[in-house]
Design a protein around this ligand. Structure first.
Ligand SMILES: *Cc1c(COP(=O)(O)O)cnc(C)c1O
Length: 710
C-alpha cells in the first residue's frame, strides 16, 4: 500500500498519496492541475507528485485541506479517478465480457510511462507505456512485466568538443512512483531464477497505470553476488553475456514472478524478441504438467502474441550459440529434450552454427505474429519466409497492426481545449471515431493558429530555460549556449528532427548541400530554423559522429541561432517538441523504419509531417495531409537514395513549405497552412492512436473478426 506519507497528509485529502502512486494522473489535466497546486515551484521542476508530496511541508498540506477551491478540485479528480480506475463499465467489459479467463501478460524490455520513471530508451518503450495506458482506458485486463533499472538508459551531455557523453544517475527509489511487492507473509517478495549454473534472486516493484499493473524486476538484492546485483542496473548494455542474462531473467523470471503473485495470464504478449524466453519457461511448466515437448510447444504457441519491431536482419537481437548453450543446456537437459532441437528453436534455417536469434524463437512459439505498420508487415513476411519455406511470401503468417499513440498523453492541453470546443466535449472518449474529426473543418483558422503559436512559444521558452539551467549549473561552455538553442525565435518556421540518432535515420541528410541549406536558413524575410534532439546508443560510434556533426554545425557562424541541438532527448522534452515545432521531419532509409510514432504525436497537435514513405507514413500520407519525401521505390545504392531524398527535401522546403508558411493575411494568419494542418488532423488523428491499435490486437488475436488483416 502507498501509505508512507499518510502521517503528514490531512484526512480530508488523504488520497493524494494513492493518486501520486498511480500514473493515471499523468494523462489527466485536472489531476495534473491538482499537483500543480500543491507546490507550484516544485511541480515545475520535476513533475513528480511522489517527490513533491515527500518534500512539501505538513503546514502547506494543512493549508490545502482548508482551501475550498483545492478541495473541490480534489473531489472532482478523485471521482474521475474512481470512475476511470475502479468502475466496472469499459469497452472491453461491454464488448467481450467472456473473452478472457485471465489477463494479458505483456512483456517488454522497456516501459516509458512517465519521465519520473526513466526505464526506457525510445520508441519501443513509448509503445509499451502507451499500450498499458490504453489497456486501462479500454478495460483490457493486462499486466506488464519489465525491469526496474535504477540507472535506466543514460543522460546525454555534449562535451566542450561537441561529443556525446553518457552520464548515469542512480534513481532514488523513494522518489519514484513504484512500490515494493510483498510476499503473502508480508516480507519482501523474492523469486529465485535459475541462471546457468547459479541462480539469481529477483525482487519486484509495482507501478500502477490506471487499472493496469506493471511489475518491474530488480536484481539488486543482498542475496545476490555483486555481479548479479548489477544485472538490472542499466538498459541495453552492450556486453552480450549480461544482455543474455537480463533476457533470461526477464523472460523466464518474469513468468515465475507472475506465478509467485498468483497471476494466471490467459494470453502472453512478447513485445519484441528480447522477451521471448518467456515462451521457454512456459514450455517447462507444461512439460512438468505432463505434456511432451511438442505438445507443450503447441500449447504455449496457441496463447502467445509476438510483435516484431526490427525490419533489418542486422538489427536482430541474437547471441552466439555457445553462449546460449552455457545458459540453456541445463534447461534442455532437465526436460530431456535433445539440445539441438531445444536450442534450434532460436536458429535461423540454413545457418548451422549461426547465432541464437530471439525473434526466431518468438516467431516459432507464437500463434499471432505482427509487424507494426503495413509496409513493415510486408518486410517482415519477406524476412521470415525462411521459417515457412513452402509458402509464398504473401502467405507467410505474419500480419501487421500499425502502432499508435495514447491520445490523452500526447495531446497538448491547449489543443485539447480547442477540440473540446469544436469537436464536442466527448471527443476524447470517441477519438477513434472518424466522423467526429470531420468537425476540425469548423475550427476558425485564427483560433487554431493562435494555439499553434502558443505551443511554439512554449517550446522556445522551454529551450531557453534549459539553456539557462545548464549555464547556472556550469554545465555548458559559453559558446555552446547558441548551439543548445538559446537564440531560437518563436516566429520563425521551425523544423524538428527529433529521434534516436542512428545512421539509417540520416540525421544529417539536410546538410548534404550546406550552401543550399544556408540560403534557406538565412533568408531575410522567410527564414527557417532547425531543431535537433536525440541520443546515440553508447556503443554506436558511427551515430555518435552524427551527433557531433550536427552539434558542431550548430556552432557554424552561418547556422548560429537557426540550428540547435537539444541535449538529452526524453519523454518530457518529446511533449514540447512534438507540440511546438511546425514541421516534423523523418528521413529513414526506405524499409528501415518499422513504424515510428513520434510523427503521430506531432500531427495530433497540428504539426505537419514530412517524411520518406516508410513506416506508418507510407499508409498515412494522401498527398494533401503532409509531405512525402522522394520516391516510393528504393534506389539501388545508399548514395543514390541520399541524393534523391536530399534534393526532394530541399525542393519541398523551397517550393512548398516556406511559401505556404509565410503566406499570411493582414492579421498574420497563414490560411493555406491551416488548411493543411486541418487535413492532417482530420485524416490522421482518428487512425494512429493506441485506441484503434488495441482494438485491432484484441479483434485479430482473440476475436472472431479481424478488420486489420490484408
Ligand atoms: C515518441 C518517442 C519516441 C519514438 O519516436 P520515433 O522516432 O518516431 O520512433 C522515442 N523517444 C521518445 C522520448 C518519444 O517520446
Amino acid at each position: 500500500m502507498a501509505d508512507r506519507l499518510q502521517w503528514k497528509i490531512p484526512g480530508r485529502i488523504s488520497r493524494l498519496e494513492e493518486l501520486a502512486y498511480n500514473l493515471w494522473w499523468s494523462w489527466q489535466p485536472d489531476a495534473r492541475d491538482l499537483f500543480r497546486n500543491v507546490d507550484y515551484v516544485r511541480w515545475r521542476v520535476d513533475h513528480n507528485p511522489v517527490k513533491e508530496l515527500r518534500e512539501v511541508t505538513p503546514e502547506r498540506l494543512q493549508q490545502l485541506a482548508a482551501d475550498p477551491e483545492f478541495v473541490a478540485l480534489y473531489d472532482r479528480v478523485m471521482a474521475a479517478f474512481d470512475a476511470g480506475v475502479h468502475s466496472g463499465r469499459t469497452w472491453f467489459g461491454t464488448s467481450f465480457p467472456d473473452m478472457l479467463d485471465g489477463p494479458v501478460a505483456y512483456f517488454s524490455m522497456e516501459f516509458a510511462i512517465h519521465n519520473s520513471l526513466p526505464i526506457y530508451a525510445g520508441g519501443l518503450g513509448i509503445l509499451a507505456g502507451d499500450t498499458c495506458k490504453e489497456a486501462s482506458g479500454l478495460g483490457v485486463p493486462l499486466v506488464g512485466v519489465g525491469f526496474m533499472y535504477p540507472q535506466g538508459y543514460f543522460r546525454q551531455h555534449i562535451t566542450g568538443q561537441g561529443a556525446q557523453e553518457e552520464r548515469y544517475r542512480q534513481l532514488d527509489f523513494d522518489e519514484a512512483p513504484i512500490l515494493p511487492v510483498a510476499a503473502a507473509d508480508g516480507s519482501r517478495l523474492l523469486v529465485r531464477v535459475p541462471l546457468g549454473k547459479r541462480a539469481v534472486h529477483v525482487s519486484v516493484w509495482r507501478v500502477r497505470v490506471g487499472r493496469v499493473d506493471v511489475y518491474l524486476l530488480d536484481t539488486n538484492v543482498s542475496e545476490n553476488t555483486p555481479r548479479h546485483r548489477q544485472l538490472s542496473a542499466r538498459l541495453y548494455v552492450a556486453d552480450l553475456e549480461s544482455r543474455l542474462q537480463q533476457e533470461i531473467v526477464l523472460g523466464m523470471g518474469g513468468v515465475q514472478v507472475l506465478r509467485a503473485l498468483g497471476i494466471k495470464p490467459a494470453v502472453w504478449h512478447a513485445n519484441e524478441g528480447h522477451t521471448a524466453f518467456m515462451t521457454l519457461e512456459r514450455v517447462r511448466e507444461e512439460m512438468h504438467a505432463g505434456l511432451s515437448f511438442a505438445e507443450a510447444a503447441r500449447k504455449v504457441r496457441s496463447r502467445t502474441i509476438f510483435t516484431t519491431h526490427t525490419p533489418v536482419p542486422a538489427g536482430q537481437d541474437a547471441f552466439p550459440m555457445d553462449l546460449v548453450e552455457t545458459y540453456l543446456a541445463d534447461y534442455c537437459d532437465s526436460l530431456r529434450v535433445d539440445r539441438r532441437e531445444c536450442l534450434g528453436l532460436g536458429q535461423m534455417p540454413g545457418s548451422p552454427g549461426g547465432p541464437f536469434t530471439m525473434a526466431a524463437l518468438a516467431m516459432r512459439l507464437s500463434e499471432h505474429r505482427y509487424g507494426v505498420s503495413r509496409i513493415h508487415g510486408e518486410v517482415a513476411r519477406r524476412m521470415w519466409q525462411v521459417l515457412w519455406p513452402d509458402r509464398e511470401v504473401d502467405d507467410v503468417p505474419v500480419f501487421h497492426i500499425t502502432n499508435g499513440i495514447h491520445t490523452p498523453t500526447w495531446v497538448a492541453p491547449e489543443m485539447s481545449e480547442v477540440f473540446d470546443q469544436y469537436l464536442g466535449a466527448d471527443w476524447l472518449e470517441r477519438h477513434d471515431d472518424v466522423s467526429i474529426w470531420e468537425k476540425v473543418a469548423d475550427i476558425p483558422d485564427h483560433v487554431l493558429w493562435n494555439v499553434r503559436r502558443a505551443l511554439k512559444h512554449k517550446l522556445i521558452e522551454g529551450v531557453d530555460e534549459l539553456a539557462q539551467r545548464a549555464w547556472a549549473a556550469k554545465d555548458v561552455e559559453p559558446h555552446h549556449l547558441v548551439g543548445i538553442g538559446a537564440l531560437l525565435h518563436p516566429e520563425v518556421l521551425t523544423i524538428g528532427f527529433v529521434r534516436r540518432f542512428a545512421e539509417y535515420k540520416r540525421p544529417t541528410l539536410l546538410f548534404r548541400d550546406i550552401e543550399r541549406l544556408k540560403r534557406l536558413v538565412r533568408e531575410q524575410f522567410r527564414p527557417v530554423q532547425l531543431v535537433f534532439a536525440g541520443k546515440s546508443h553508447p556503443a554506436d560510434f558511427a551515430s555518435k559522429e552524427l551527433v557531433s556533426r550536427v552539434f558542431n554545425l550548430s556552432l557554424d557562424r552561418d547556422f548560429m541561432g537557426r540550428v540547435a541541438f537539444l541535449e538529452d532527448y526524453n519523454m518530457h522534452m518529446a511533449h514540447y517538441l512534438a507540440h511546438g515545432v511546425d514541421v516534423w521531419l523523418n528521413t529513414p532509409r526506405r524499409l528501415n523504419e518499422a513504424c515510428g510514432t513520434s510523427g503521430m504525436k506531432a500531427v495530433l497537435n497540428g504539426v505537419i509531417h514530412m517524411s520518406v514513405r516508410d513506416g506508418w507514413w507510407d499508409e498515412a500520407c494522401n498527398g494533401t495531409n503532409g509531405w512525402a519525401i522522394g520516391d516510393v521505390v528504393k534506389p539501388p545504392s545508399n548514395d543514390e537514395e541520399d541524393a534523391m531524398d536530399a534534393e526532394s527535401v530541399y525542393r519541398i522546403l523551397e517550393r512548398d513549405v516556406v511559401p505556404l508558411f509565410y503566406m499570411r493575411d493582414r492579421q498574420g494568419v497563414p490560411h493555406g497552412w491551416m488548411a493543411m494542418v486541418k487535413e492532417s488532423i482530420r485524416t490522421l488523428a482518428p487512425r494512429f492512436s493506441t485506441r484503434r491499435m488495441m482494438k485491432e490486437y484484441i479483434e485479430c488475436s482473440l476475436g472472431p473478426v479481424c478488420r486489420a488483416r490484408p
